[in-house]
Design a protein around this ligand. Structure first.
Ligand code: HEM
Length: 386
């Protein structure tokens, strides 16, 4: 793809504000919502407001206490989070690989969460965002968002999530919440990942989201920064969110290199991605996205990028904060949501991952076949190269 003419790039630059962190409210927390009557009004509203303004942590330590009641038990039905504990446990099983690394379904769930919520902009009509339409549009027979080119690679996880929806919907589980819960469970199941505060009660929609609101891997940094600013996510937030590529193994940017990872530790939520994308000493198999390389070196994002490269805790908190924001784009009933962070699994560190470094290292130098890439992608321990 050709670069944008300089005049357009400069024009976009002028629109990038000097404030790199967003304090902007979303949904019904916006003061202008509903004729100027918006703002935090409930405990949940104030909690989200505090997270978005940085006065409360976006990571939760609250854990599930006691046993788990059956889904049909009246007490379980009366407790909004009870069914979500069942859901989270089922997700955890699918997302944790035998090696301790997270699985392909986990990574795809993080991306699915972004691709549902990210289809919102403050300059378009107020619909789209985290409303479940990425899966509900096709199920309802409308134009199927999942068939858009930008959603290539999400078909397998879509089947899994639709299966969960069919199983748990009669217990009050909505698609928009399910997609965002899957993203948060996935992130914390990947070793070192954050335990992002999780809310439920979003309103579902099967109306296909507007087009052209998701980023292109070949775009200039200025275009990407502008695109995310229109979602209330400023440049530090974008820098934190793209770090999700730390776990990833691409298939469609360069199909001839399908399965190649975006850093040398796929399936692990570490900061290697930032260091390797910015530097030039990553192993041969690491495939860097052009968009990530541009952000790593852009004057507006490079400083934060380089900080993340050596600051896991800083990155985790910033990722969680921006993910809370992202997961609430287009959600106009934030005051009515319920926090269910306690259903998430605990955070885990790298020590829990199988010691197969020597084989993974050979794979990273382009040893092994597709079978080895598939094994790593599934979160399996690789005791030899196939
Ligand atoms: C500049 C913005 C972004 C661009 C251009 C971008 C682009 C891409 C592309 C092209 C892929 C590879 C798909 C494939 O070939 O299989 C990918 C994968 C992925 N993206 Fe992004 N992305 C961006 C931001 C984000 C954000 C904000 C998140 C999450 C918060 C995210 C999470 C992921 C994950 C987890 C994968 C791996 C999926 C898998 O392994 O199945 N991305 N992204």
């Amino acid at each position: 793809m050709k670069s944008l003419p300089n005049t357009i790039q400069q024009d976009l630059r002028k629109r990038v504000t000097l404030e790199p962190d967003s304090l902007e409210m979303v949904g019904d927390l916006r003061p202008s919502f509903n004729g100027g009557t918006g703002g935090p009004k409930t405990t949940t509203g104030w909690t989200v407001w505090s997270i978005l303004t940085g006065s409360a942590s976006a990571q939760g330590t609250d854990t599930w206490q006691g046993g788990l009641m059956d889904l049909d038990n009246a007490k379980c039905i009366a407790d909004t989070c009870c069914v979500w504990r069942h859901v989270a446990l089922e997700m955890e099983k699918m997302f944790r690989g035998q090696s301790g690394r997270c699985t392909a379904e986990a990574r795809a769930s993080v991306r699915l969460g972004f691709h549902d919520a990210g289809t919102w902009s403050k300059f378009t009509e107020d619909y789209g965002g985290a409303d479940g339409s990425i899966l509900l549009s096709g199920l309802a027979g409308n134009e199927d968002e999942l068939k858009r080119g930008e959603n290539n690679g999400l078909q397998n996880v879509a089947k899994v999530v639709i299966g969960w929806y069919n199983k748990y919907h009669r217990y009050g589980v909505g698609m928009a919440d399910l997609i965002q819960m899957a993203s948060n469970v996935a992130a914390v199941v990947c070793p070192l990942g954050p335990r992002t505060r999780s809310f439920v009660g979003r309103v579902d929609s099967s109306r296909p989201a507007l087009n052209n609101l998701l980023p292109n891997v070949l775009s200039e940094a200025a275009v990407l920064i502008d695109l995310f600013e229109n979602k209330t996510i400023r440049v530090h937030g974008l820098t934190a969110l793209v770090g999700a590529h730390t776990t990833s193994q691409q298939h469609f940017v360069d199909p001839s290199r399908a399965g190649d990872p975006q850093d040398s530790t796929p399936g692990i939520w570490d900061v290697e991605f930032y260091a390797e994308t910015a530097g030039n000493s990553s192993p041969a198999r690491v495939f860097k996205f052009p968009s990530d390389v541009k952000l790593a070196h852009d004057p507006f994002s490079a400083a934060e990028w380089n900080q993340f490269a050596s600051q896991q805790a800083h990155w985790n908190e910033d990722y969680a904060k921006e993910y809370v924001r992202l997961s609430l784009l287009g959600v106009n009933n934030i005051n009515d949501l319920t926090e269910c962070t306690k259903v998430l699994p605990p955070r885990i560190d790298k020590a829990s991952v199988s010691d197969d470094n020597a084989v993974v290292k050979q794979w990273l130098s382009r040893g092994g076949s597709k079978k080895t890439s598939d094994n790593i992608e599934s979160g399996n321990k690789v005791s030899k190269l196939d």
